[in-house]
Design a protein around this ligand. Structure first.
Ligand SMILES: NC(=O)c1ccc[n+]([C@@H]2O[C@H](COP(=O)([O-])OP(=O)(O)OC[C@H]3O[C@@H](n4cnc5c(N)ncnc54)[C@H](O)[C@@H]3O)[C@@H](O)[C@H]2O)c1
Length: 443
């Protein structure tokens, strides 16, 4: 009964957030348009053209001039920049969409927040525990004034809410463990050698930006398909966090949305031998979380690059799910991918009589168009976004802690309030990284 009452009130609150057909009053009026800067205007930036086209796109920024060409054609009135720090000085900007490299995400997001701008940030939110914490700390006092969203757009599939409802309604009994996995494998031997000069219209110095080491230019870092070029650099330690930041951001989101957890109390990890240049292809990371108001203590485990959890039963082949999630409880197991789910009752009480699916009118409301959800929230601060900088920072902080555990090769204890590993100084030192002189994370 208690659970039902909670759900009803959650739905009522949620219903207040639905935007009625016709949109917000005056949302498309000239006076109510956002002044947007698109930073990282090529590649993934193109996926945002349609959702920002109804606003004023007043600035475009890209380190590579040729990558900006299509954006310039689409938004000819926008001023153009190669350095995002200069771009953010433009006074009329009130919202930014950031599609740059992962190792610059937390920088640009912090600088934009500090200048009073709403932020849509492509995933991952950051690549270290420290970056996640600084972005979150920066945004929390501005919550309700500045709208934020991390580009985990698969979250808009209704399946995410259906899974969350099922777990809260007791579909697996008492929740005990959650698992997420991804099978993408991009092995690389190490950083690429020197040999070629950068194209004349690429500001390679700005591309490297805050990276401390002088990695030489190599065309292979830039040889991917537009919108998927991130797969050319995100596995190198200085440029990204491999699959935990890539598909991990999307797939762990299925779990994160459902389990209602914040920061873990411990992390342990195993995987292939450590390579100082490249993040692991095959690895698994397990986190312990304290009880919350609707479930007891649980573990969350991430598997990548061929590592997989045990199947829920011998006749279910979860290897057929390339990127998926699973939830184990006292009565059953829920297996899911981004758009579908299957409930497998366990043991003697496999009758499912313990579980009463909720009524249609009690379902959580749809997210709707994911990018537009952010645009609407920029215009109406009372609206929430699904993947704001608190939700998304917690999730990626956990994943980055897992990488620190992987590197030290032992279980570590974590004090989430202080942001410190309490029993391993080496792991604690891995929660942040050094930057090139002149680049400030929170400027
Ligand atoms: N949400 C999703 O499903 C999704 C899909 C693809 C990519 N992404 C994310 O989008 C981001 C970009 O990925 P991509 O494949 O387009 O990569 P990319 O290497 O093509 O970079 C995107 C654009 O940003 C520019 N750029 C790079 N660094 C910059 C900087 N410091 N300042 C200004 N411009 C800069 C590049 O020249 C390019 O035009 C990554 O963080 C990736 O994780 C998200």
């Amino acid at each position: 009964m208690k659970r039902r009452e909670f759900l009803k009130s959650a739905v009522t609150t949620g219903a207040g957030l639905i935007i009625l057909p016709g949109g917000l009053r005056g949302a498309t009026a000239a006076s109510n348009k956002l002044n947007i800067a698109l930073i990282g205007a090529g590649g993934r930036g193109h996926a945002h053209f349609a959702s920002i086209a109804d606003e004023n796109v007043v600035a475009l920024c890209d380190v590579w001039e040729r990558n900006m060409a299509e954006a310039v054609k689409r938004f000819p009135k926008a001023k153009t920049y190669s350095d995002w720090r200069k771009c953010l000085e433009q006074k009329d900007i009130n919202a930014v969409v950031i599609c740059t490299t992962d190792f610059t995400h937390a920088f640009v997001a912090n600088w934009a927040l500090n200048r009073g701008m709403h932020v849509y940030l492509e995933k991952p939110l950051g690549i270290t525990v420290e970056e996640a914490r600084v972005v979150r700390a920066n945004w929390l006092p501005k919550r309700g004034k500045l709208a934020t969203q991390v580009g985990m757009q698969r979250h808009a599939h209704d399946n995410f809410n259906r899974i969350a409802e099922m777990l809260r309604d007791g579909a697996v009994g008492e929740l005990q463990a959650a698992y997420a996995w991804g099978n993408r494998q991009i092995p690389k031997p190490g950083y690429l050698p020197a040999g070629e000069t950068p194209p004349s219209d690429l500001r390679y110095d700005l591309w490297l930006g805050p990276v401390k080491a002088d990695h030489p230019y190599h065309p292979e870092y830039f040889s991917g398909k537009p919108g998927a070029n991130c797969l050319q650099w995100n596995m190198y330690w200085d440029f990204g966090i491999g699959q935990i930041g890539d598909m991990g951001s999307h797939t762990m989101d299925i779990v994160w949305n459902a389990v209602d957890c914040h920061l873990p109390t411990s992390a342990e990890s195993k995987g292939e031998p450590f390579n100082p240049d490249v993040t692991p292809v095959k690895a698994e990371m397990r986190f312990e979380h304290p009880a919350n108001d609707w479930h007891g203590p649980i573990s969350i485990t991430w598997y990548q690059g061929g590592a997989m959890p045990n199947p829920p039963s011998e006749y279910v082949d979860i290897n057929k799910i390339g990127h998926g999630a699973m939830f184990k409880g006292s009565e059953g197991i829920l297996v899911a991918d981004f758009t579908s789910r299957a409930l497998i009752p366990l043991g003697k009480d496999g009758s499912l009589t313990y579980y009463k699916p909720r009524k249609k009118e009690e379902l959580l409301p749809s997210v709707g168009h994911f990018q537009k959800q952010w645009i609407n929230a920029c215009k109406n601060p009372s609206l929430k976004t699904a993947c704001d900088f608190a939700y998304s920072a917690d999730m990626i902080e956990q994943m980055c802690l897992g990488l620190a555990a992987y590197r030290v090769g032992r279980k570590i204890s974590y004090d989430g309030a202080a942001g410190h590993v309490t029993d391993c100084a080496d792991a604690d030192a891995l929660l942040k990284r050094e930057y090139r002189a002149g680049w400030t994370l929170n400027g």
